[in-house]
Every structure is written in structure tokens, then in C-alpha cells.
Design a protein around this ligand. Structure first.
Ligand code: 5GP
Length: 305
């Protein structure tokens, strides 16, 4: 009898713990949706494939309001239009409702159309702390045939950085001169602080010599390259999740709390612009992400004739 009373209690505790974990996991998915680290279509597909998964247990109402620019009013109109009751969970939608929801999502959040014209000019951008530098460094080690552009910057070298290898460290006056003489393909003030720019000549020479060139620059720079060289291949590096991005930024410990908050605000803006890019690569594993970038260059895509 006594045993009968304790077992359910243990069960209840375990169930309560599971419920808390599920709630936390659902909150993390909502953050990923709001910051566009994942697409709504990805979450919906996961929910339909695994109704008992975290995405499957999301209420349709929470799913919709987690999407960028969808408030309560819009949410209710969408539910009415799709004939979905507001008590439904994503995993519990019927066949017709799933189909209609996916169709609506594709219209509202069009999936990026893959480009088929690849170029030898690769631009790698992405939010703070996503690991652009680490992925670029991996490519430098594994693919010496790919030319990594060395930027000019007005910031001071960090320990271990060499002038001419990691950056050209220049004064403000020298940076002004580079701009005036049209020696930069693009330039920008990053994180409201220092100026960074891509020297034009080494890139033109490498491309003329038939080499693949990789630029690791910020979003503003990527946009300028797109305007200057419309055929450039723009790649956006994504974190596996929003929480992971925050962890990486905190973990590297190179910024104080105020600077971290500022970078995370910039990261949200940058993530919102990922649709401008030709390709998106999730940086879950550095070696795999580096290989994915290399695979996007013309030379690995098609044999040169
Ligand atoms: P860090 O100071 O940590 O080396 O770099 C800060 C940011 O500047 C990174 O997001 C990096 O992508 C960006 N960056 C580095 N070089 C360039 C460049 O030549 N042009 C632009 N627009 N951004 C750059």
C-alpha cells in the first residue's frame, strides 16, 4: 500500500521535470524561429514527421506568433483562413491542415531559390560569434589553393595576430587614403567601432589567375560586394540555434556584457537579412562547415575545361 503511494509520486516528479524540459525546449524553438536561425518550414516538417517531438508539441498559436511580424490579430486571421482550431498543436494537425499550412508558409516566407551560376568569388558572412573566423582558418589550413583575402583594419592587432597575415593594420589616415584612391572593393565600420575593408587589387589578380577567393566580411561588406560583383557567391553562416550563438559569444569571453548585448542586437539584424544570401550553411561542426563552403566554389562544383 505504502509502495503504491510512493511510486506515483516519483512518476509525478519525473513527469513534472519532463514537462519543464519540454517547456524550455519549446521556448528555445520559439527563439530560433523569432531570430530566423531556423525556417518555419523546417520546424513544421519536423513536427509533422515526429508529432511527439518538441516542435510537434508546439501550440499552433505559439508557433505562429513566434514568426517574425505575426501578432495576435494576424495569427487569428491565419488560423481562420487555414481552418485550424487555436487549441491544436503542430503535431496534431490533419493532412489537409499540414498541406495548407506549408503552402501558406512558402508564400509568406519564400524558401531561398538556389542559384546555379557559381563564381570563384566567395563571400562568407554571418552573425557575431558564429565562427566565421574559425571556418575561414580551417579553409586556410586545408585548402591552400583558395586565396583568403587579407583585410585592412583600423583596429589594433590582438596577441598572436601578424600584420599582412591576419589583417593589414593601418592608421585612420591610411584607411582614408585607401578609400580615396579606390583601393578597396568594399569597406564598413563594424560594430560601430573600427573600419575594415577588402583591398581590391589582390582579389582581382587572384581571380584573373583563375583562383578561388574567399572573403570573410560583415553583412554591410557582403552587400557592397554583391553590388560591385553581382556574380559573387554569398554564403551566410548560421549557428545551430540562437541559444548556441549566445553561448559561443559568452564562452569566448572577449567582450564585456555591454559589448555582448550590442553584438547580439546586431546579430538579430544580420540574421533577418539571410534571405539576401545565395546559400546558408549551419556551423555545427567546423570541418563540415568549411567543406560545405569549399564545395560551393566553381572549381569543386564543375571540372574546369
Ligand atoms: P574582428 O575584429 O573580430 O577580427 O572582426 C570583426 C568583424 O569584422 C567580423 O565580423 C569580420 O567579418 C568583419 N570584417 C573583417 N574584415 C572585413 C572587411 O574587410 N570588410 C568588412 N566589411 N568586414 C570585415
Amino acid at each position: 500500500m505504502g509502495e503504491k503511494r510512493t511510486v506515483p509520486e516519483v512518476d509525478r516528479e519525473a513527469a513534472a521535470r519532463r514537462a519543464v524540459q519540454m517547456r524550455r525546449a519549446r521556448a528555445a524553438v520559439k527563439r530560433d524561429l523569432a531570430t530566423r536561425v531556423v525556417t518555419p518550414q523546417q520546424i513544421a516538417q519536423q513536427a509533422f514527421a515526429e508529432p511527439r517531438s518538441v516542435p510537434g508539441s508546439l501550440r499552433i498559436t505559439d508557433f505562429l506568433t513566434a514568426l517574425p511580424a505575426i501578432g495576435a490579430g494576424k495569427r487569428d486571421r491565419i488560423l481562420q483562413q487555414l481552418s485550424i482550431s487555436d487549441v491544436k498543436r503542430l503535431g496534431g494537425l490533419g493532412r489537409r491542415q499540414r498541406h495548407d499550412l506549408l503552402e501558406w508558409l512558402d508564400e509568406r516566407f519564400p524558401p531561398a531559390a538556389p542559384r546555379d551560376n557559381r563564381s570563384r568569388l566567395l563571400v562568407l558572412a554571418g552573425p557575431t560569434a558564429v565562427g566565421k573566423g574559425t571556418v575561414a582558418e580551417k579553409i586556410r589550413q586545408e585548402h591552400p589553393d583558395i586565396v583568403l583575402s587579407v583585410s585592412a583594419t583600423t583596429r589594433a592587432p590582438r596577441p598572436g595576430e601578424t600584420d599582412g597575415v591576419h589583417y593589414y593594420f593601418v592608421s585612420d589616415a591610411e584607411f582614408d587614403r585607401l578609400i580615396a584612391d579606390n583601393e578597396l572593393l568594399e569597406y564598413a565600420t563594424v560594430h560601430n567601432r573600427h573600419r575594415y575593408g577588402t583591398p581590391r587589387r589582390p582579389i582581382e589578380e587572384a581571380l584573373a589567375a583563375g583562383k578561388t577567393v574567399l572573403l570573410e566580411i560583415d553583412l554591410q561588406g557582403a552587400r557592397q560586394v554583391r553590388r560591385a560583383e553581382p556574380s559573387a557567391t554569398l554564403i551566410f553562416l548560421l549557428p545551430p540555434s540562437w541559444d548556441e550563438l549566445v553561448q559561443r559569444l559568452v564562452g569566448r569571453g572577449t567582450e564585456d556584457a555591454e559589448e555582448r548585448a550590442r553584438r547580439l542586437r546586431t546579430a538579430k539584424v544580420e540574421l533577418a537579412s539571410q534571405a539576401e544570401f545565395d546559400y546558408r550553411i549551419v556551423n555545427a561542426d567546423v570541418a563540415a562547415a568549411a567543406q560545405d563552403v569549399v564545395d560551393l566554389s566553381t572549381d569543386s562544383a564543375q571540372p574546369t575545361i
